[in-house]
Ligand binder design. Structure first.
Ligand code: CU
Length: 136
């Protein structure tokens, strides 16, 4: 009897504590699963801070920036600027004033360079919008 009396409460205590741990772990594992789902969901939907994929020879005018900021091209190959900034108007204006797209909020502006060199351009609406075309 002495063995049972001392053994049973210990066994019950163990079972109880296991259940207790389980009740603690269950919501924790749900939280972990929720966290993982959030992460995988973030992978499916592209992060707004991640740079968008821009086709070759194209500059995306979005988020008050030229992307890529520096583009390599060759003589005679057209460069396309695609305006897609939620209706916000921008310009593609050469620093040396050799070309100017004018204010555009949709559509594209295309230009072909006839000589190798570095062409710096900017947006007349936003001082921080600057870009470079490296023509070889
Ligand atoms: Cu701009």
């Amino acid at each position: 009897m002495a063995r049972m009396n001392s053994g049973r409460p210990l066994l019950f205590g163990l079972v109880r504590s296991r259940r207790f741990i389980a009740t603690l772990l269950l919501p924790a594992s749900f939280l972990l699963a929720a966290g993982c789902q959030e992460e995988s969901g973030g992978d499916v939907t592209p992060d707004s801070t991640a740079p968008p994929v821009v086709p070759e020879g194209e500059v995306l005018v979005k988020d008050v920036a030229f992307n890529p900021r520096e583009l390599r091209t060759t003589v005679g190959k057209p460069v396309t600027w695609r305006f897609n900034d939620g209706g916000l108007a921008h310009t593609v204006t050469a620093d040396d004033a050799s070309f100017d797209s004018g204010r555009m909020s949709t559509g594209t502006y295309q230009r072909t360079f006839s000589a190798p060199g570095t062409v710096n351009y900017h947006c007349t609406e936003h001082a921080r919008m600057r870009g470079t075309i490296l023509v070889s």
